[in-house]
Design a protein around this ligand. Structure first.
Ligand SMILES: Cc1cc2nc3c(=O)[nH]c(=O)nc-3n(C[C@H](O)[C@H](O)[C@H](O)COP(=O)(O)OP(=O)(O)OC[C@H]3O[C@@H](n4cnc5c(N)ncnc54)[C@H](O)[C@@H]3O)c2cc1C
Length: 221
């Protein structure tokens, strides 16, 4: 650009066709690992390398049905008190976790289902659940929807965290998943990347990596 800043040309393909545009700042917010990404970086010197590490495949089943509370030690379904069921790392276990899920948009009158009522559960498992496994977790069910994903980072697979700054004004947000994979972490990373991009853009370098920040944060109240 005339001010000597980097300018990024982004090529993209969408259902409407191919396109291309120039940007001063680019923030990438999807995992860049080869199994999850279809991005390529051309003409960077030094080149932007593929990020190391791999993702753990996992299956999500969304089941509408009646929980088999007996399996979890509650013969009377009315007395089942939990909305999440977590497991420890047990190789022979066929599921990892179950959560009773609610719609995203709920009215003020919305109440979570009573444990004995049919509810929607999200079941995470290493492989697709077969009929006997579904019948183990649910007394009966109306529907099952299944999605297979490269879900969580394999935390043992990466030796270092991915970079946040890929190039001068090219930022990468999703690397935070390698610390912990959750919506909250993504929101924190998004705020941090926005602040970093802003401060770099305005040359407010004293605001970046402030040495006494922890002290300031602790004493600001
Ligand atoms: C099965 C599963 C269960 C999870 N459960 C929880 C949970 O219970 N609680 C929790 O807090 N977190 C959970 N997470 C993690 C949470 O989903 C992520 O942390 C969060 O979605 C990350 O948000 P994001 O906007 O950074 O990325 P994403 O939500 O992954 O969004 C990235 C977007 O980029 C798009 N994209 C990819 N490539 C391109 C491209 N080339 N061009 C344009 N667009 C592109 C994708 O289509 C996608 O829409 C779960 C994740 C999975 C997979």
């Amino acid at each position: 650009s005339p001010e000597g800043r980097a300018l990024y040309q982004v090529h993209y393909e969408s259902p409407e066709g191919q396109g291309s545009a120039f940007y001063d700042l680019v923030v990438l917010t999807t995992p860049l690992h080869p199994s999850r990404s279809n991005f390529t970086f051309d003409n960077f010197d030094p080149p932007i390398a593929d990020l190391p590490g791999s993702f753990q495949p996992s299956v999500t089943s969304v089941v509408h049905g009646y929980l088999n509370s007996s399996y979890f030690g509650f013969p009377d379904p009315k007395l089942f008190p939990f909305t999440s069921i977590l497991t420890t790392d047990t190789p022979e276990l066929f599921f990892h976790a179950m959560d009773n899920i609610c719609p995203v948009n709920v009215s003020a009158a919305f109440r979570r289902k009573q444990p004995q009522e049919a509810a929607v559960w999200r079941v995470l498992s290493p492989r697709p659940l077969d009929k006997p496994q579904l019948k183990t977790l649910f007394r009966s069910y109306y529907s099952v929807q299944v999605a297979e994903w490269p879900t969580y980072p394999r935390y043992d697979a990466a030796k270092a965290l991915p970079p946040v700054v890929l190039h001068e004004s090219l930022f990468y947000l999703s690397g935070v998943e390698w610390v912990a994979s959750s919506m909250e972490m993504t929101a924190v990373a998004a705020k941090n990347v926005a602040l970093l991009a802003y401060n770099r853009w305005h040359q407010q370098l004293d605001k970046i990596d402030q040495k006494d920040l922890m002290h300031k944060v602790k004493t600001e109240l």
